[in-house]
Unconditional design. Structure first.
Length: 141
């Protein structure tokens, strides 16, 4: 069996030759009728045979919808990391989340920044500086 790197404590083992594996399609298309597939010896064989994939509609924060394809070639592709690696939408969301977490961490640590944000005049000045920086960054694109 292929080596599977996972944070999941469950153990996956090869299926003995005298057993049967029932696998679903994991696609948007329903199977017309069940079919017996012989010779699949591992999960990797099942993934290669079925080639599971699905198109998913994702809605952004502005209400826009875009469709992204997801393909699954191994168990890891079903994990958060596996799905995020396939999606520009989720990569962008992860980057935004990381940025917000950094700002929150900085706010907790930086007493001077906390003080500036608690004073309405200083907060207004800080906000105008940040907006100017944002505008500068937009102009670089």
């Amino acid at each position: 069996m292929d080596n599977i790197k996972s944070n999941n404590p469950e153990i996956l083992v090869d299926i003995p030759a005298n057993r049967t594996l029932l696998a679903g399609r994991f696609t948007a298309h329903a199977a017309h009728k069940p079919e017996a597939i012989h010779g699949l010896q591992s999960l990797a064989d099942a993934f290669r045979h079925y080639n599971p994939s699905v198109n998913v509609e994702l809605e952004d924060k502005n209400g826009g919808v875009r469709t992204e394809p997801f393909t699954f070639r191994a168990i890891e592709d079903f994990s958060v990391e596996g799905i995020t690696a396939q999606s520009t939408f989720f990569k962008e969301a992860a980057l935004s989340r990381e940025g917000y977490l950094k700002v929150a961490k900085q706010l907790r640590r930086d007493g001077r920044l906390r003080e500036a944000l608690s004073n309405p005049e200083k907060r207004k000045a800080f906000l105008s500086v940040v907006q100017a920086m944002i505008q500068d960054l937009k102009n670089l694109k």
